[in-house]
Design a protein around this ligand. Structure first.
Ligand SMILES: *Cc1c(COP(=O)(O)O)cnc(C)c1O
Length: 389
């Protein structure tokens, strides 16, 4: 056989770095601040709601294709209560197998071969793979480090748009940089989308993990409601990343397009968990505030520890990741640095270069997750301080 087994569209998409680094953590007994999942579960009452649904036989058989009505209604209420966005739960809300499936279904539905998709670089690893599966061409617009924040250059974004541009893929709060797009930035992106008649797919899974500023959904900007697919997820907001309950909101036409693909990917998923997430979305606002407050304290703890250990630190405004610059430690290559870090001090991190097309732009940056128990973070910090000696 001369033809490669793997579909050529997926050339270069080997095993993710997360698998390599998590295996390294296990082998060396290191603290894993690489992959972003919490080391404690979400609210007990939400877990109990899942148990109840399972026992009561709700969702144990195929739930409705678009998601159970209780959850679709709760999602619509959430968008209305938090952002003043009104969606019809019957036609403008779709439940997916995590945000991951929502991203895949949206891109496969909206992108044709030859279409260009603009994505903010560095980007979440599934974006590139899904654009490739759709046969699209990705056009990265790189967030540049400026003082203590990674910044979007709006002129660069504007000049990246061509006649072949189909959509802009946004992510705010942004993984891995922790940047939260501001009102003026989002207004400019919205104006550009309207002017050039572009769709926007926006990954907002960290919408409630905000420490400075506020989360603004681009769907709420003038002219955007009917050209935006908004993606959310219970994984990050409620600390149940294993449940894989995500959702899409948007106009009837957009949601219908995404659903057309989604029905042939998983059809449905996570039946009983859908009822539990409906309950979770109705938790009092204090839950969401406490979540952000708790993570803000962890951000401050890890940021201070990393600074003391000698890293350059980009303090994130959102998400549960902090990006660092390793050059003040005398290192230059994030890959080498992350491969040797477990032996040197028993901590695992992720080299940001994996999130770049132009690897050189991400070479000196390394990402740490802080969604871990305080004692784990303190232990990691004291280990990292050995780098100074
Ligand atoms: C974690 C993450 C996802 C995946 O969300 P799931 O609901 O677990 O599929 C999507 N986008 C970003 C930016 C993420 O960090």
């Amino acid at each position: 056989m001369t033809r490669p087994l793997l579909n050529r569209r997926l050339d270069g998409f080997g095993t993710t770095i997360f698998a390599e680094m998590s295996a390294l953590a296990l082998r060396t007994g290191s603290i894993n601040l690489g992959q972003g999942f919490p080391d404690t579960d979400g609210p007990e009452e939400v877990r109990e709601a899942a148990v109840r649904a399972l026992r009561d036989g709700r969702g144990n058989q195929y739930p409705p294709g678009p998601g159970v009505p209780e959850l679709r209604t709760a999602i619509a209420e959430h968008q209305s209560n938090y952002y003043g966005l009104e969606f019809d739960p019957d036609t403008e809300v779709l439940v997916t197998a995590g945000a991951t499936e929502a991203i895949a279904a949206a891109l496969l539905a909206l992108v044709e071969p030859g279409d260009e998709v603009i994505a903010l670089e560095p980007y979440y690893d599934s974006y590139a793979a899904c654009i490739a599966m759709a046969g699209g061409t990705r056009v990265p617009v790189t967030l540049r480090p400026e003082d203590s924040r990674f910044v979007l250059d709006l002129d660069e974004l504007r000049s990246a748009v061509t006649d072949r541009t189909r959509l802009i893929l946004l992510n705010t709060p942004h993984n891995p940089t922790g940047t939260v797009l501001t009102r003026p930035e989002l207004a400019a992106i919205a104006e550009l989308a309207v002017e050039r008649d572009l769709l926007v797919v926006t990954d907002e899974v960290y919408e409630h993990l905000i420490f400075d500023g506020e989360h603004l959904p681009i769907a709420a900007f003038p002219g955007m409601r009917n050209r935006t697919v908004t993606i959310g997820s219970a994984g990050k907001t409620f600390s149940f990343t294993g449940w894989k309950v995500g959702w899409v909101t948007g106009s009837h036409d957009l949601v219908n397009a995404v659903r057309t693909v989604k029905q042939f990917l998983t059809y449905v998923s996570a039946g009983p968990f859908q009822y539990a997430v409906a309950a979770a979305l109705r938790l009092p606002t204090s839950y969401f505030r406490d979540l952000a407050d708790g993570l803000r304290a962890k951000r401050d703890l890890l940021s201070a520890g990393l600074t003391e250990a000698g890293f350059g630190v980009f303090r994130p405004a959102g998400t549960y990741f902090v990006t660092t610059d390793i050059r003040p430690l005398g290192a230059t290559d994030g890959f080498d640095f992350c491969r040797s870090l477990p032996e040197r001090c028993g901590v695992v991190a992720i080299p940001n270069a994996v999130f770049y097309d132009t690897k050189e732009r991400g070479t000196p940056f390394v990402r740490f997750a802080f969604c871990k128990r305080t004692e784990v973070l303190n232990d990691a910090i004291s280990r990292l301080k050995q780098l100074r000696s």
